[in-house]
Design a protein around this ligand. Structure first.
Ligand code: MN
Length: 734
């Protein structure tokens, strides 16, 4: 067990004026209070608070923090009270212990209403005194170091919480060594197999890596010295979790990760940092895009350094971090490096001092200001959590579980994070009880409830506003499946219809196996593929039918003409497009599908459109606003787009209302001619109120050309309105 003197000496080494007597008193108090208690390992319980105090000394905190570390479990686990600590030690020590005790009671996976409150408590404690968080981090670090004695399910829960909450917190506070150690410890319990494998691999190559590291250290120091910069160069192996993350991210093996060792160049001044950078860049080739100047623009956690990656000796990549001695201390210790001792008193948060604390603690001060301004816990949590975890949003499920999503996520991302089925049937969302649009951007602390409906399916537009790749992949997959299903329904109908003309049917040819002939003839793998291709319009049903129907049966000829020769059914344009002629439309991403334009709304290239699979006649295209299309069965709906290639003229009609005066009509028809448009039909009639209503039918190539004609007409003096006509209905706002 650690001895009292060892701890006291450790503190005195960085803080000579430290109150030794107070540390000794806390030591004795805690040892007495925990007497008889044992840890799971069988050791006396007091070993734990003592280790925590030692970690706090590693963080170089003040005497009150050391005492709080020694006493941190007294209120929770022994008969001691906060009042007692206040009387025995100081209100400061009692406050810290109380804060740590309260933080310890936060369960991160509790019911919803307590979640926001819990986080608020933690941050309030933090904003009032950062030392509470630092003592808590030390406590967690020791618990993680001794986690092996816990039962497996507890190990996993604690490791998960460490990875999710405490490691990011240490990172945010800039205490890198604590962050790295917490991550590696959590890694070990969360993914034991991967951890052990990687550790074994790293151990095996350690000697070689060490040799290389020393070589590079010496070489860099020598080159920089030759250029006039005296500095220390120190190589440090990346921690296992970050190597693991990098291997996963890049799909590379350990041996291929060349920058598994990063090199720190510690110089005497800011000027020398830039000088060292210049020398390094002229001596070795820098890797483009890897230079970062955190010296001019420090990170939020006060980190400062110049980062660059070079092609070093042996063509291996070499990552350099160049900084001053003081910056190095901040990089390693983060916020703890700013703990200043003035006449034996720590410059705590909020205290102005000559050491530049005002700037150092700007972030903390801001937290405190928020705390005063915001009475609403939800509002508080939003503003503060954003600062803590800048790239992620943390939202709660109705059960109070926390889900981390990338910034910019929407309820659909959340739905897919919960379960694929929830995403696939997501029809709406409530945030903090209120209905929000599906494209709502999630905010920290939102409590989210997804409304599902069994008939709801993902919409193509969702892909445009979801942020997670998981949601994107799932939506794309489902849409593809759906389109294929629709194509298959259509394909079955088309083929069955063709086959019936030859006195057979699709079910019959499937039963007697004659359909296999078509599969062979078109070199396909399955009936499914054959039918889908007919549905997509890539195969012509009539040709497929001919391949299926035996020659002898074909001799008698079909019992009815091909449907393509039929009079078109109501609602479709008169002339079916010639086979092979490009329609200018892609259906579900497929081109050359049999497409017809609905007569009711006569879509033009540029119009927003939808397609409907008709019974046996390909796909009909309507404008999105078309009322007739709204009456059609939604399950026949299919995504269609203008492919932007074809410029085949399309029929359209305009209604022009103008004053009934001589010569105006000539003007109007002239402007059609000027636009290169031929009127195919015109209806003009005078109204009672001395106006004239004219309807012109003509052909245009796209919406742009139509708009040009409309603008030209509106410029004619006497023309009062120009509107697009859809089967007698006027479409406003075109
Ligand atoms: Mn503890």
């Amino acid at each position: 067990m650690l001895r009292l003197e060892t701890l006291v000496d450790k503190v005195a080494a960085y803080h000579p004026a430290a109150d030794r007597a107070l540390i000794e008193k806390a030591f004795a108090f805690s040892e007495r209070a925990h007497a008889g208690q044992r840890r799971r390992s069988g050791e006396p319980y007091f070993v734990h608070p003592l280790s925590v105090a030692s970690i706090i000394a590693d963080l170089r905190l003040d005497v009150a923090s050391i005492c709080a570390g020694l006493l941190h479990d007294c209120v929770e686990d022994t008969a001691a009270t906060v009042e007692e600590l206040q009387a025995e030690f100081s209100p400061e020590v009692a406050f810290l212990v109380d804060g740590v005790t309260k933080l310890g009671k936060i369960a991160w996976h509790t019911r919803e209403e307590r979640q926001a409150e819990n986080f608020r408590k933690m941050l309030l404690a933090m904003a009032r005194d950062i030392r509470v968080i630092l003592v808590k981090l030390a406590d967690r670090l020791d618990n993680m170091r001794t986690l092996g004695h816990m039962p497996p399910e507890k190990q996993e829960r604690i490791a998960r919480e460490t990875m999710d909450i405490y490691a990011p917190l240490a990172h945010r506070l800039g205490i890198m060594w604590v962050k790295c150690e917490l991550e590696d410890l959590a890694f070990r319990y969360l993914f034991p197999a991967e951890f052990e494998a990687l550790r074994a691999q790293v151990d095996q190559t350690e000697e070689e890596r060490l040799r290389r590291t020393l070589e590079v250290e010496a070489l860099v120091a020598q080159e920089l010295a030759a250029g006039g910069v005296v500095c220390r160069v120190k190589g440090r192996a990346k921690h296992l979790w970050s190597i693991h993350q990098k291997m996963k991210r890049t799909g590379r093996e350990l041996s291929q990760i060349q920058d598994a060792v990063g090199f720190r160049v510690i110089t005497g001044s800011v000027g020398e940092c830039y000088q060292a950078l210049g020398i390094a860049h002229s001596r070795w080739t820098p890797v483009p895009g890897r230079f970062k100047d955190y010296l001019a623009l420090p990170k939020a956690n006060l980190y400062q350094s110049l980062h660059t990656t070079l092609v070093g000796p042996g063509a291996e990549r070499m990552e350099l971090q160049i900084r001053t001695e003081e910056m190095h201390r901040v990089a390693e210790e983060g916020i703890a490096a700013h703990w200043k001792y003035k006449e034996g008193r720590p410059g705590g948060p909020g205290r102005e001092g000559p050491g530049g604390d005002a700037q150092t603690f700007a972030w903390l001060r801001q937290l405190m200001e928020w705390q005063q301004d915001l009475q609403d816990p939800a509002e508080f949590i939003q503003s503060v959590k954003i600062d803590l975890f800048a790239d992620e949003v943390y939202v709660f499920t109705p059960k109070g579980d926390v889900k981390a999503l990338p910034k910019g996520s929407c309820p659909i991302d959340f739905a897919y994070a919960v379960h694929t089925k929830v995403g696939d049937h997501c029809s709406g969302a409530r945030v903090n009880g209120a209905i929000v649009p599906l494209r709502y951007r999630l905010r920290n602390g939102d409590m989210l409830e997804i409304i599902t409906s069994p008939n709801r399916r993902p919409n193509k537009d969702w892909i445009k506003f979801v942020a997670t790749s998981r949601a994107k992949t799932k939506i794309r997959h489902l849409l593809r499946e759906e389109q294929r299903e629709k194509a298959k329904t259509l394909g079955r109908e088309l083929l069955d219809r063709e086959l019936r003309r030859w006195r057979t049917s699709l079910p019959k040819s499937e039963k007697d196996g004659t359909i296999e002939r078509a599969i062979t003839a078109f070199k396909l793998n399955s009936i499914e593929d054959l039918i889908a291709l007919i549905g997509y319009g890539k195969l012509v049903a009539a040709q497929v039918a001919q391949a299926i129907v035996p020659d002898e049966r074909r001799e008698g000829g079909p019992i009815e003409p091909s449907p393509d020769a039929e009079t078109p059914i109501k609602g479709l344009v008169k002339k079916a497009p010639r086979r092979g002629a490009p329609s200018g439309i892609t259906v579900a991403g497929e081109t050359d599908v049999l497409v017809r334009f609905a007569k009711c709304c006569t879509p033009l290239p540029g119009d927003s459109i939808v397609g409907f699979i008709t019974r046996g006649r390909g796909v009909t295209v309507h404008t999105r606003e078309c009322e007739d299309s709204l009456d059609l069965e939604p399950e026949r709906r299919v995504d269609v787009e203008w492919d932007g290639q074809s410029k085949a003229p399309r029929p359209v009609a305009l209604k022009v209302v103008c004053a009934d005066k001589p010569g105006l009509l000539a003007h109007i028809s002239q402007s059609f001619t000027d636009a290169g448009v031929n009127i195919s039909q015109a209806n003009c009639r005078a109204t009672d109120d001395n106006r004239a209503e004219n309807t012109f039918h003509f052909q245009v190539q796209d919406l742009e050309q139509l708009k040009g004609v409309m603008r030209a007409l509106l410029r004619i003096s006497g023309v009062q309105s120009v509107d697009r006509v859809v089967l007698g209905t006027v479409v406003p706002g075109t």
